[in-house]
Design a protein around this ligand. Structure first.
Ligand code: GLV
Length: 400
């Protein structure tokens, strides 16, 4: 199969991993309205094609949180990554390091903080869920500090879990359960089984010790419901801040009022996110609300974006609407499941090429200078009034 897009990697992933694992990444909550909206609204944005601009030097490099990135894309924290490909978190972190973009390890990873630390040189980010047992969170924060993590990403939008009907139907559990129903499926994916099922790591690496007391096998959502703390409020962000002196990123903002509250905590960045359409079904797309969030924050912290990013044009659109950079979750898992580290490297390369070509065809040469002026003001997105006026005549961009 000739791979030319993230869709191709998704198709390869679908063939290579068991259905329950693929669906965990691919599907959303309830009727999956929001997961669809993320894509539809991105697709509805029209770019302005501009011509006759010197495009010999195109740059995707940028600076985020004071660090140089090879392009404005980071790997999002994703649960169960090591079930998509044996040692998946290590593969992802290595690909990100080689490319020059950040990798974020999830609390719900299969490889532990220490596993990843030992396998890569570059510092990575760590994502945290607040659990009922706060001493456990203190322990995780201390481990992230010891591992030299360069940022802590606190997820705010999973106090209660949006029901993913497909996961329930598939009986998704960690470690994967060998039921009669999924035996056949697994038998048709021998390479996956060798790497994952017969590999060393099959449970939550960061949580192993605690999970031993939770009564053996349960479905993932039951386990999450029993562990995640539904009582957390903004005060708990301060609790984390007091224990984490490094960069703090708040993930899961989808409303301008919450964006304002998040900025008031002194966080270094927020991620505009609806958890990839996996939580509140019926919520708006992330791209629709991005301009309002950027307005509400008004420069107090950096604004990152996720939700449906499948090509470089999506990244360009998010930058145009005020995001500093994008996170890729599903796109990362598809590429990892398809081909391990090489797949992730390929996905990053595809995204960068698409981004650079599209950047050039909008008459721009540097991602850092992208503004709303590259968008046509029609379509699904209601632009806030504060966006700058359209640029003047083409003489401003004439090649000298
Ligand atoms: C975890 O973050 C999930 O969405 O399953």
């Amino acid at each position: 199969m000739v791979i030319t897009s993230i869709s191709d990697l998704r198709e390869l992933a679908r063939r290579r991993v068991p259905r329950a694992i693929f669906d965990y990444a691919d599907r959303g909550s309830y009727d999956e309205i929001t997961i669809r909206r993320n894509r539809e609204d991105l697709d509805a944005i029209e770019l302005r094609q501009r011509v006759m601009v010197n495009l010999t030097e195109l740059s995707a490099r940028t600076t985020v949180l004071g660090e140089e990135w090879a392009m404005p894309v980071a790997i999002a924290p994703t649960g169960l990554t090591g079930l998509f490909y044996g040692n998946g978190e290590i593969h992802g972190a290595r690909a990100a390091q080689a490319f020059g973009v950040p990798f974020c390890l999830s609390t719900m990873s299969i490889c532990s903080l220490e596993d990843v630390r030992a396998a890569v040189k570059a510092p990575f980010w760590f994502q945290l869920y607040l659990m009922r047992d706060r001493s456990f969170n203190e322990d995780l924060i201390a481990r992230a500090r010891a591992a030299g993590c360069s940022a802590l990403v606190l997820t705010l939008d999973l106090q209660v879990q949006g029901v993913r009907r497909q996961d329930a139907k598939n009986g998704l559990s960690v470690p994967p359960r060998l039921t009669l129903k999924n035996m056949l499926d697994i038998a048709s994916k021998p390479e996956w089984a060798l790497r994952v099922l017969f590999g060393k790591r099959r449970t939550f690496g960061n949580l192993d010790a605690r999970m031993k007391n939770t009564g053996g096998l349960r479905t993932l959502s039951q386990w999450i419901a029993s562990q995640f703390d539904p009582a957390v409020t903004w005060q708990d962000v301060q609790w984390v801040r007091d224990r984490w002196p490094g960069k703090l990123i708040l993930k899961g903002i989808l409303d301008p009022e919450d964006a304002d509250l998040a900025a008031r905590t002194g966080a270094d960045a927020i991620v505009v996110s609806n958890h990839g359409g996996r939580q509140l079904d019926g919520a708006c797309s992330t791209i629709a609300v991005l301009p309002e969030v950027v307005d509400a924050v008004s420069g107090r912290c950096e604004v990152l974006f996720d939700g449906g990013v499948r090509c470089g044009q999506d990244v360009l659109k998010a930058l145009a609407l005020g995001a500093r950079a994008c996170l890729i979750g599903k796109t990362f898992l598809y590429s990892l499941a398809a081909m391990g580290e090489a797949g992730v490297a390929l996905a990053l390369d595809i995204l960068r090429k698409e981004l650079l070509v599209s950047l050039g065809l909008t008459g721009q040469t540097d991602v850092r200078a992208v503004s709303p002026s590259i968008l046509r003001r029609t379509g699904a997105i209601r632009f806030p009034l504060s966006l700058p006026a359209l640029p003047a005549a083409p003489s401003a961009t004439r090649d000298s």
